[in-house]
Write a protein that binds this ligand. Structure first.
Ligand code: TRP
Length: 337
């Protein structure tokens, strides 16, 4: 059986937070230690155009996300680690795939439908208000990302599952029309990877503004941990671990034995203030070495840039010849050859 190829993209629109770490970065780095599978992790910077972000924010986010993966120990000689925009073949493939994508398919994309729904909910007369074609056809760029490297497994959050299914549709249609070219990918939804809650108890997400940045400095980290929502039980009253953001966060970092110790302290009625201090100390210790490395990289972006350039060179060794094949298949060819 052929080896699996894992590929996943991270849109460059924010500062990496603890939820990203636990849900994507940590499992991604762990998986990439498996030398019998191939791994592609990339910064989906062209995807960030769908929402017309501020240019300064996009480049800052690219630096921060790349620095986080590197500081946490991604092996960039085994895994392919690159920036989407460094591989022009991906955007070229996007246009080619656009010809094989039914408009009706894009009408059904969750990302687009959610944007329309938000307009309807806000009472806008035009349901398409403010929606760019980049947002609308977002899954086609995703298809190019995925199909270019013949990915078989695409680890994503539940919200991206439908997009990966659309990629299969697009690939199938292409294969049917032009002959077997693309490998059909499969979404992998991490069931055992924790979805962390944020400061207010909702899912930790930059859209809710309730995140704890992964590499917040000590002072800020402490301040944010102290803000995590709890119930109003008094010290000494037994507490439930279920639905406790403090507990879930601790558990996401700690070993099973350490977690059992905390369960016991909950039953014995640990004070919330004390639990917050315990959680802060734990995360702070755990993250410190990587944070030091991260700060070095942020202060010296040329190191990060060089890694990304190298990653793109490696990835283009695959992308350039494959795109050549694809162009041949669709009839975009040298004449008389
Ligand atoms: N759309 C994904 C997200 O917002 C990011 C992404 C871009 C991606 N291209 C991809 C994920 C390819 C997996 C595969 O989370």
């Amino acid at each position: 059986m052929a080896h699996d190829t894992y590929l996943t993209g991270i849109t460059t629109t924010g500062t990496p937070h603890i939820g990203n770490y636990v849900g994507a970065i940590r499992p991604g780095i762990a998986a990439s230690k498996n030398l019998s599978t191939q791994h592609f992790y990339f910064l989906a910077d062209y995807h960030s155009l769908a929402k017309n972000e501020d240019p300064g924010k996009i480049s800052q986010s690219t630096l921060e996300i790349a620095a986080a993966w590197l500081a946490l120990g991604l092996d960039t000689e085994h895994a392919y680690f690159y920036r989407q925009s460094d591989i022009p073949e991906i955007t070229e493939l996007t246009w080619i795939l656009t010809g094989m994508t039914a408009k009706g398919l894009m009408n059904r994309a969750h990302s687009y439908k959610a944007a329309v729904q938000a307009n309807v909910d806000n009472g806008n007369k035009d349901p398409d208000k403010g929606i760019s074609l980049a947002l609308y056809s977002y899954p086609i760029l995703m298809a190019a990302d995925i199909l270019m490297f013949k990915s078989t497994k695409v680890p994503v959050g539940q919200d991206q599952k439908q997009h990966v299914e659309m990629v299969r549709d697009i690939a199938q249609r292409f294969n049917h029309h032009y002959g077997e070219t693309f490998v059909l990918p499969e979404a992998v939804i991490g069931e055992d990877t924790a979805v962390l809650k944020g400061l207010d108890g909702r899912k930790m997400s930059k859209s809710y503004n309730n995140t704890i940045p992964l590499f917040a400095d000590e002072k800020r980290l402490r301040k944010l941990v102290m803000k995590i929502k709890t119930n109003s039980l008094e010290p000494g009253e037994p507490k439930e671990t279920k639905d406790s953001t403090l507990f879930d966060m601790y558990k996401a970092f700690a070993t099973p034995e350490e977690t059992r110790r905390i369960e016991k302290l909950y039953a014995e009625g640990i004070a919330w203030g004390e639990m917050k201090q315990t959680l802060f100390d734990y995360i702070n210790e755990h993250i410190k070495p990587a944070r030091d490395e991260y700060e070095k990289l942020i202060a010296d972006p040329a190191i990060v840039e060089a890694k990304l350039v190298r990653g793109a060179e490696r990835a283009r060794e695959i992308a350039v010849p494959f795109l050549e094949e694809i162009r041949e298949a669709i009839g975009i060819r040298k004449l008389g050859a």
